[in-house]
Design a protein. Structure first.
Length: 294
């Protein structure tokens, strides 16, 4: 399936030479631009997905300047000394270009969920959120040049070639190392995260096992087995734990009657709530409330 980058920009002073050249590789979109610049060119770009801006070539006495806000001084981006910028999702990149007649650059956008599925591990959320402007790395530069050559090739090689280059580049940019293998049968981190988030969001209603299996791409029996292998709990036990956590929060606030808390957390009545709470927590809601407020 093609990954379409979601991007908004407001720019001026650029004339695209030869049109946009674009390739799609399994969750990755790579754009190669050859651009003629006016005496001043610039503006801002913001995308819904993380992306890389790699300056491959420029001609003129000046240097493009990149920055995160319009008011910043900015950093010079040089095709030889500091050609690479990483921009997280929903973060603006401002560009000012003076005394530059021509720019060639590569833009690589990637879908985080697709990369998690492919790599079998969670991408570090902190690293994904941190912009890195105007840096260099010899391996990334080499991979970028190979990707640009493949995009420009009128007779492109097999898709696996470009896909392998682009995936290698992202692994290098995000510094993904080899991870310890997960326990046999357990969910992949992206599957576990998606299932937990879904249960947390919908814990007050009846969640069907087929819903959880569908969002993780597994059969119901496979998901149920793998979820328990990963967490030590069956999916319905995890959901009940999430509901009781919400009940505990309401109990600690001290402002709600037990009948109200039972209704707010999806139990049939006060008796059902108390019975279930004692089964899972070991004490009644009243006893738990007393020990955590006084």
């Amino acid at each position: 399936m093609m990954f379409q980058p979601r991007m908004h920009n407001k720019i001026e002073g650029f004339s695209v030479l030869g049109g946009l050249r674009r390739r799609y590789w399994n969750g990755i979109t790579a754009d190669l631009w050859d651009v003629e610049c006016a005496s001043y060119a610039g503006g801002y770009y913001v995308a819904r997905d993380p992306r890389l801006f790699i300056l491959l070539d420029h001609r003129g006495a000046g240097r493009p300047t990149v920055k995160r806000t319009a008011g910043e001084k900015g950093m010079s981006q040089d095709s030889n000394l500091s050609p690479i910028s990483y921009i997280p999702a929903d973060v603006e990149l401002w560009v000012d270009i003076r005394d530059v007649q021509y720019v060639r650059h590569l833009d690589i956008h990637f879908d985080v969920d697709a990369m998690n599925r492919r790599l079998g591990d969670d991408l570090d959320p902190q690293r994904l959120r941190e912009p890195r402007l105007s840096f260099t790395d010899s391996r990334i530069v080499t991979l970028s040049q190979l990707i640009a050559t493949e995009i420009a090739n009128p007779e492109p090689l097999h898709d696996l070639y470009g896909d392998g280059l682009a995936l290698s580049l992202l692994i290098d940019v995000l510094k993904l190392g080899k991870t310890e293998p997960r326990r046999r049968g357990a969910l992949a981190p992206w599957q576990l995260r998606r299932a937990k988030n879904f249960i947390e969001e919908h814990c007050l209603r009846n969640i069907r096992l087929e819903e959880l299996a569908a969002i993780t791409g597994l059969s119901q029996s496979h998901f149920s087995h793998s979820f328990k292998a990963a967490t030590g709990m069956a999916p319905h036990e995890w959901q009940m734990s999430a509901r009781l956590d919400r009940a505990k929060h309401l109990l600690k606030s001290g402002g709600y009657m037990l009948t109200t808390i039972a209704a707010e957390t999806g139990f049939a009545d006060h008796a059902h709530f108390s019975r279930t709470f004692r089964k899972y927590v070991g004490v009644t809601p009243s006893q738990w409330k007393k020990s955590h407020i006084e």
